[in-house]
Design a protein. Structure first.
Length: 287
């Protein structure tokens, strides 16, 4: 009986050790977020003088100041601008990348191979290389200081990563689906909207989530194309809390940072299951 308990005790110890290691790694990963939340409740003098995680004195006024906005613009204006840009980018990326992926994965046309290879090659092209030419084009069109330069490229399937993701997903769908659609008289557009688009929901949701997060956190592009504070998004609004007068408003800045992270966390939690499904499955086999 003693020998039977020994393997069980060893399994319990291994399981306990594994959970402790996972908890330690989780605490390490979450420490920056906890530190950010803690800083948002500290007074300015404690933020610059203490590295302690827990504040000695809670200051709720940081959030009150953050909600007032900055630069004479309400925080709800910043939030609305970020939400508008992010949702339009999600819509544009999902539609355009799905159409491009369907063409590469399911249609036959001349130069398909070289065009697909050229698209994949753009993944190795740094975004900063095309930054000046793009700015020059939008500046000549009079579109600087508008949301158009941030949104329009998403409707043109410029994110090769998401096109490639959807191409691989659609290629793994059974060929019999397309053949059955042609027999029933469906053209390419109807087959796309009625069959392949609904079956590609995991890939579409994955594209939507990552596009939303990347657009919401984008700073460089928005800094270049947006000039007026009333058009600023939340990442740009955080800059307004630094050196507004004679000193930096660190407390409200950290509070604004926490408020900025909330929509991303809620968006991720809402679609977490579909995100995991889109990353881990291929076609109908794992659905």
């Amino acid at each position: 009986m003693t020998t039977a308990r020994a393997p069980r005790a060893a399994r319990i110890w291994r399981r306990t050790l594994w959970h402790l290691v996972c908890a330690a790694l989780l605490a390490l990963l979450l420490y920056p977020v906890l530190w950010l939340i803690s800083m948002s409740f500290k007074p300015a003098e404690e933020i610059v003088s203490s590295l302690a995680l827990l504040p000695r004195r809670l200051v709720l006024g940081n959030y009150t100041e953050a909600l007032k906005g900055s630069g004479g613009v309400s925080v709800w204006t910043f939030f609305g601008n970020s939400l508008t840009v992010a949702l339009l980018c999600v819509l544009g990326n999902v539609i355009s990348c799905a159409l491009a992926a369907y063409a590469f994965a399911r249609m036959r046309f001349r130069m398909r191979g070289p065009l697909f290879a050229f698209m994949i090659a753009t993944l190795m092209l740094p975004a900063h290389v095309v930054l000046i030419p793009q700015y020059t084009i939008f500046n000549h069109l009079g579109l600087v200081n508008t949301f158009v330069p941030l949104v329009l490229p998403k409707f043109l399937a410029t994110d090769a990563f998401f096109v490639f993701l959807m191409v691989q997903f659609m290629r793994n769908l059974p060929d019999e689906l397309g053949q059955a659609a042609r027999i029933d008289g469906c053209g390419p557009i109807r087959a796309f909207t009625m069959i392949f688009l609904p079956l590609s929901k995991p890939a579409l949701v994955t594209t939507a989530i990552f596009t939303f997060i990347w657009t919401w956190n984008d700073f460089l592009s928005q800094l270049i194309y947006l000039n007026d504070p009333d058009k600023y998004t939340l990442p740009l609004a955080l800059r307004l809390f630094i050196d507004q007068t004679s000193e930096s408003s660190y407390g409200p800045m950290f509070a604004m940072s926490v408020l900025t992270l909330l929509p991303i966390g809620l968006f991720f939690l809402a679609f977490q299951r579909l995100l995991v499904e889109g990353v881990s499955t291929s076609g109908m086999g794992g659905a």
